[in-house]
Design a protein around this ligand. Sequence first.
Ligand code: 2NL
Length: 356
Amino acid sequence: MDDLKNKYLTAILQAGDEATLEDIRLQAVGKKGEVALKMRELGKMTPEERQVMGPKLNALKDEINSALAAKKVALEDAALDARLAEEWLDVTLPGRGRPQGTIHPISRVSEEIYAIFADLGFAVAEGPQIEDDWHNFDALNIAPHHPARQEHDTFYMHRAEGDERAPNVLRTHTSPVQIRTMLDQGAPIRIIAPGRVYRSDYDQTHTPMFHQVEGMAIDKDISMANLKWVLEEFYTAFFGTKVKTRFRASHFPFTEPSAEVDVQCKWENGTVTVGEGDDWLEVLGSGMMHPNVLKSGGIDPKEWQGFAFGMGIDRLAMLKYGIPDLRAFFDSDLRWLRHYGFSALGTPTLAGGIHG
Ligand code: 2NL
């Protein structure tokens, strides 16, 4: 009996892992283990012998079981100590950065434009991108067979077969928003109408969708002088430097008289800088609102007059941020945007807030 006890207690002490310990447990106190075999022998003993051997065997079994339990805890502790020594984490390391999106240059320039015109007293007006041909053309004094309808490279919507109404169009300018505002609010008005416009045209300087901002001021005595002051204030604020403007006589169906506006610029090594030099760059069309257009907007041209203008936002963004190809904005090759300092993902590299 003592041999048995010594044999197992020694084996338990020497066990190096939990699998060995489990083998010992089965051999010693398992159902078919050595102690169980000895228990079975009790049946063949005399009652006196049994009274001595029974409790002894039970005590042996208990002793082995508690030695097994103690060793199990010791092995688990040792395993944990080993893992703690091996695996560790430097919680002082800096975290992994996650790329952040940035504002698209068109959105950014749009916000800059809203902020400047807000300071000049202009509210922002919006309207639908799918228009009927009255709001897009007729109301703007563009007659049904006027070449401007073709010049605009209009996208026409489809009508159901048998529907004889003129097809709707993707608006070719944001002028229809100005017509809608006149009809809704009446005079006096000071608004800008920014947004997406569509023309079927695609090359280095044209995309089928682009962004325009039109503006108008209607009151009793608005003149071309007010227009010139507003535009000079605008370009000076937008480019962050005093910008001279030059008005050239022109023609649009919706304004009379009409003027194209150039900003002062300088060409150097194929790049253009606005607000310096003796060259001129065309950036805008404008004029006094045609009486017929005021009438379309429900405003009496004998009582009210106003100026209107229209310019491309995309081109303005290209000029301000030195982006030479319009397609960089929309062809979604992110390397282009990144090259010009606008990363779609990653740290933006252009300094400054809304006014650059
Ligand atoms: C250009 C020309 C222009 C307007 C847009 C306008 C709108 C109304 C009435 C009168 Cl409702 N005019 N808009 C006027 C002159 C020129 O845009 O070349 N834009 C890039």
